[in-house]
Ligand binder design. Structure first.
Ligand code: HEM
Length: 484
C-alpha cells in the first residue's frame, strides 16, 4: 500500500536507491531549505495538483501543498510525526510535540490564557519593550548595515519572558543574560540535530559530547523556571489567603501565563511543577524566534519596497498624527494596511515553512488518494502559499493589497500559523506584538536596504536557510534613517 501511494503521488524529483530523497538534504541549512523548495515546487506543478512524495530512506511522507488536502489532514491527523520525538530530550512532554493524549488536555488549559481578555494586558509590555528597542536603535541611524533579527529577537525574548513568566529578562540591554545564553545554546543544539540525520538516533546522540552540552543548558533553564514557579505559587497562595480564601476565583487581573497556568490548572491540584516548566518552555520556544523571524522578513521587504513602507507611514499618520503617544489596543483595528503587509510577508516567507503529522488511520484525500497508516505527512506551507491555483499568476509578487482587495479562495490557502485543532495558540498574541513593535519602529525610522539594487535586475532574491525555522542566510541586513 505504501509503495502504491508513493507511485500515485507522482514525484518529479529523482529518488536514489535506499536513501530516497534524503540526498537532497545533505549539506548545509541553505541546501535543506532548497530541498523543501524543490519538492514543494514539484507538488504545486500543473501535473501534481498540490501533492508529491518525499522518501526519507524507506519511510514515505506525503507532501501537501494544496489547501483542501491540508485542511483535511490537519483535522484528521493530530499526532506529530515521529521525527519530532527528538524534542522530548529537551522539552519532556511539552504540548507542542507531545502525543495527542498528553497534548489535548494541555491545550485546553493553554488556550483560554491566550484569549483576548488576557492578551489586552500584554499591550503595555509590548509597548514598553518596543520603546526600549527604538531607543537602542538610535545609535544605528546613518551607520552601516545591521541585522534586524538581532534587535527583534531581543525584543521578543523580553516581551515573551515578561508576559509568560512575569520576569524582566532585560536581554535588549544585556545580550550576555545567562537565561538567554542557555536558551540560545539549547536551540542551536536542537536545530543542529534535526538537520543532521546521522544524529537522529537517540542511541547515537546521547553518547556524544553535544548531548552533554544540551543537558547542561537544559538543567540551567529548568532550575531557573522551577525556582520562578515556586516563588510565584507561594506569592499566589499568600495573596489568596489574605484576600478571599478561594484559590480558583482570584480577584484582580491575571497578569502572566505562569499565573494563569497555575490558576487554570486548578492550583495545587493541577499541573505538577515539571508540567508547568514543560509548558513554559513550549511557549518560550514557540513564541520567540517565530515572531522575530517574521518581523525581520517584514523589515527586509519594507527596505526593498519603499512605496509599501510609505503607505504604512501614511496609515500611521492618520492614526497618530505627529504625536508621540504610545499605541493602544484600540488602535490595532485601524492599522489595516500594516495588517495586510504582515500577512503578505508571512505568505511569502512563513517562519515555519513545513509542519509534520503522522497518519494513524486511513485518510482519503479530496482527490481520492488514500493515505496509509504508518506513513508521514509534511504540509509544505512555503509551497502552499505559492500555489498559483489559489493565489493567481502574480503569486510571487509582494503585493499586500491582495489581502485587502480579494477574499481568500480557501480558508486554508493561508496558514503561517498552521490550521486545525493543533494550530498556533499564540496567533493573536503574535499579531498584536508584531503590530506594536513594527508601528513603533516605523513611526520613528525609515528602513533602508543594506545594499543598492542592481539597475537592471533589482535586488537579488533572499537566500533562505532552514534550521527549525526559515531564516535569511544573510541575517536580515537593513539600514535605518531617522524620520524626524
Ligand atoms: C509569527 C509568529 C508565529 C508563527 C509563524 C507561529 C507558527 C506556529 C505554527 C506553524 C504552529 C503549529 C505547528 C503545527 O501545526 O505542527 C505553532 C504552534 C504553537 N505556537 Fe506559534 N507561531 C508564532 C508565534 C507564536 C507566539 C507569539 C506564541 C506564544 C506566545 C506561540 C505559541 C505556540 C504554541 C504554544 C504552539 C503549540 C500549539 C499546540 O500544539 O497546541 N506561537 N506556531
Amino acid at each position: 500500500d505504501v509503495y502504491k501511494l508513493g507511485k500515485q503521488l507522482n514525484s518529479g524529483v529523482w529518488t536514489l536507491p535506499f536513501i530516497g530523497h534524503s540526498y537532497l538534504f545533505f549539506g548545509d541549512n541553505h541546501t535543506r531549505m532548497k530541498a523543501f523548495q524543490s519538492l514543494g515546487r514539484d507538488a504545486i506543478s500543473k501535473k501534481n495538483n498540490g501533492l508529491t512524495s518525499m522518501w526519507h530512506g524507506n519511510y514515505l511522507y506525503t507532501m501537501v501543498a494544496d489547501p483542501d488536502a491540508a485542511e483535511l489532514v490537519l483535522k484528521s491527523c493530530l499526532e506529530k510525526d515521529d521525527i519530532m520525538k527528538m524534542a522530548t530530550l529537551f522539552l519532556g512532554n511539552g504540548s507542542i510535540f507531545a502525543p495527542v493524549k498528553i497534548w489535548r488536555p494541555r491545550r485546553k488549559v493553554l488556550a483560554p490564557s491566550f484569549s483576548v481578555k488576557y492578551l489586552k494586558h500584554f499591550m503595555s509590555i509590548f509597548v514598553k519593550e518596543s520603546n526600549v528597542m527604538v531607543d537602542k536603535m538610535k545609535s544605528l541611524v546613518g551607520t552601516g548595515p545591521i541585522s534586524a533579527f538581532k534587535y527583534f529577537t531581543a525584543y521578543t525574548m523580553d516581551a515573551v519572558a515578561e508576559s509568560t513568566l512575569g520576569y524582566k529578562m532585560g536581554s535588549q540591554k544585556d545580550t550576555d543574560q545567562p537565561f538567554l545564553k542557555a536558551f540560545d545554546e539549547a536551540l542551536v543544539e536542537g536545530a543542529t540535530r534535526l538537520c543532521q540525520p546521522w544524529l537522529h538516533s537517540d542511541l547515537v546522540y546521547t553518547n556524544l559530547p553535544v548531548y552533554a552540552r544540551l543537558l547542561k543548558s537544559k538543567k540551567f533553564l529548568w532550575d531557573f523556571l522551577k525556582e520562578l514557579i515556586r516563588t510565584k505559587r507561594n506569592e499566589m497562595i499568600e495573596k489568596v489567603d489574605n484576600e478571599e480564601h478561594n484559590y480558583n476565583s482570584p480577584k484582580g487581573n491575571l497578569q502572566t501565563f505562569l499565573e494563569s497556568l497555575i490558576r487554570l490548572s486548578g492550583g495545587d491540584e493541577g499541573y505538577t511543577e515539571t508540567e508547568i516548566v514543560e509548558e513554559l518552555m513550549v511557549i518560550m520556544i514557540a513564541g520567540n524566534d517565530t515572531s522575530a523571524v517574521g518581523a525581520s522578513f517584514i523589515s527586509v521587504l519594507l527596505s526593498r519596497h519603499p512605496e509599501v513602507q510609505e503607505k504604512i507611514y501614511k496609515e500611521l499618520q492618520l492614526v497618530f498624527a505627529d504625536s508621540d503617544r504610545p499605541i493602544t489596543y484600540e488602535d490595532l483595528p485601524h492599522l489595516k494596511y500594516l495588517d495586510a503587509v504582515i500577512r503578505e510577508t508571512l505568505r511569502l516567507y512563513p517562519p515555519v515553512p513545513v509542519i509534520t503529522r503522522k497518519v494513524e488511520k486511513d485518510v482519503v484525500l479530496p482527490c481520492g488518494i488514500k493515505l496509509v497508516p504508518g506513513t508521514g505527512v509534511i504540509v509544505n506551507i512555503w509551497a502552499l502559499h505559492r500555489n498559483p491555483r489559489y493565489w493567481g499568476d502574480d503569486v510571487k509578487l509582494f503585493r499586500p493589497e491582495r489581502f485587502l482587495d480579494t477574499p481568500l479562495m480557501h480558508p486554508a490557502a493561508f496558514m503561517p500559523f498552521s490550521h486545525g485543532p493543533r494550530n498556533c495558540v499564540g496567533y493573536q498574541y503574535a499579531m498584536m506584538s508584531l503590530k506594536t513593535v513594527l508601528s513603533t519602529v516605523l513611526r520613528r525610522y525609515r528602513i533602508l536596504p543594506a545594499t543598492t539594487p542592481n539597475s537592471n535586475s533589482g535586488f537579488p532574491p533572499l537566500r533562505l536557510k532552514f534550521d527549525l525555522m526559515m531564516k535569511d542566510e544573510d541575517d536580515f541586513q537593513i539600514r535605518i534613517e531617522s524620520r524626524r
